[in-house]
Every structure is written in C-alpha cells, then in structure tokens.
Write a new protein. Structure first.
Length: 244
C-alpha cells in the first residue's frame, strides 16, 4: 500500500470513530448517544430531591441525572456530606413540604404490602410530598447517609422490587437492586394515586422509555466493540471533560 492510500484509509477510519469529547450539555452523553430526544417531561405531584454523589456526576450513564431531566419540580444536588448544603437545608425547613427519604432498612416503611388507603394515610394532604433519593453506589449511599446529619432523622420509605432491574450495562450487587431511575419510577407507581397523580395514565412510564432506550443503545455499542475490538477501542489518554 502506498503512502497516499494508507493516509486515506487512516482518515476514513478516524472519521468513523465516535467523538468522545463532544458532549451534550444536558445529558452529558457524547453527541452520538445523546438521549435528550427521548425525554418527555412530566410532574408526578411529588417533588424528588436527587442527591448525586460526585462519582455519579462524572458517569455518562447516570440515571439520577436522567430522572431529573424527566421530572418537573425535581432537584439535582451534587455532594457527599449534605449537612451544611444550603439548598438541602432550605428544602428541609420549608414548612409547606413533607420531607421523606427513599432508603431501605429496618426503620423504613415498606410501601409494597400496604393498601392504597394505608399509603395515603402516611402523608399530610396539606403539604407537598418531597422525597429525597440518593444517587450513588450502595457503598457511597451508606457513607452519604452517615455523613449527612440533616438526613438521618427523616422518615424513611422503601419498597420490595417486583422484578429484576433492566440496568444491564452496569453491574448491580444483585438483580433486585434498582437504578435510581427505576426506583423513582416504582415509587411513583406506588404513591402516585395518593398524591393526585393518575398512575393509570402511565405518564410516568416516560422515565422507563428514556432509560430503556439508553440501555439498548449502550448494549449495541458493546456488541459492536465485541465484534470489532480494533475499530471501537477507546483512544488512549482520553481527557475526561468532567474531571475536576
């Protein structure tokens, strides 16, 4: 092969590679895997406060961010120890809100076995239900709870997963461990009616639509990489534009 032919082949190969540096400013995905076109925002009549760990902020596949982009009235707050985070403390001190946290454990109220009336009786109808959700690994979530003194006394709720997680592009401790987005979706499924949200409308399935689209796209990339590892190998010394 002569030099000109080699350079032309190399140019075509380079142009075919994904551009890892050009990111969407909303979903923080590379432009070729941006999922924003699938987002249809809605308000579930519950305000979700998503506490995202710094490690999750840097992940391209962060379902807490994805949830925030879908949910009107939601908050996305970065941190690890939220004890002195003004935005969190302002929400907690807001007397018009009834604040709880979605967190499993012995002291958590399991919503799954409760009837609709029992769930409804958990909440003050005169206040806005505001649910805190921790977006991190199971290990970082435990640390965030221990460190954040202002979250420790919040009433806790949880649920029993009814089916395996569909988050097949990240390793979970076991199949019943839901991603942040799946956990939020299932919480709306259980509590929506008690808050005046019509669960039967299936509007909250918009969350799963975005999530499943992203998962299938990532799986297609993995398959392509497995089929042709040389072409889809990530470039070395790639700069992470979100790194501190």
């Amino acid at each position: 092969m002569n030099v000109e032919a080699y350079l032309e082949q190399r140019k075509r190969h380079t142009e075919a590679l994904p551009n890892y540096r050009e990111l969407c400013t909303s979903c923080i995905q590379p432009k070729f895997s941006c999922y924003c076109r699938h987002i249809e925002r809605f308000h579930p009549n519950i305000d979700f406060v998503i506490l995202i760990h710094p490690i999750e902020v840097r992940r391209r596949i962060a379902t807490g961010r994805m949830s925030h982009l879908c949910l009107e009235g939601s908050f996305l707050i970065r941190g690890q120890d939220y004890t002195n985070v003004d935005e969190v403390n302002q929400i907690l001190k807001d007397e018009s809100r009834q604040c709880m946290i979605l967190y499993p454990g012995k002291t958590s109220t399991n919503l799954t076995p409760l009837s609709g009336d029992q769930r409804k009786n958990l909440f003050d109808p005169s206040k806005k239900l505001t649910l805190f959700v921790i977006d991190g690994t199971w290990l970082t979530a435990k640390k965030m709870m221990r460190q954040s003194q202002n979250l420790l006394n919040l009433p806790r709720i949880c649920f029993s997963p009814e089916k395996p997680s569909n988050f097949r592009v990240r390793k979970q401790p076991h199949s019943a461990c839901y991603s942040t987005l799946e956990a939020i979706h299932h919480t709306i499924e259980l509590l929506g009616d008690s808050q005046g949200f019509d669960v039967s409308s299936r509007v909250h399935d918009r969350l799963l639509h975005v999530f499943d689209s992203m998962v299938e796209l990532q799986l297609s990339f993995i398959k392509k990489a497995d089929d042709n590892p040389t072409q889809y190998r990530k470039p070395r010394n790639k700069v992470n534009p979100l790194a501190n």
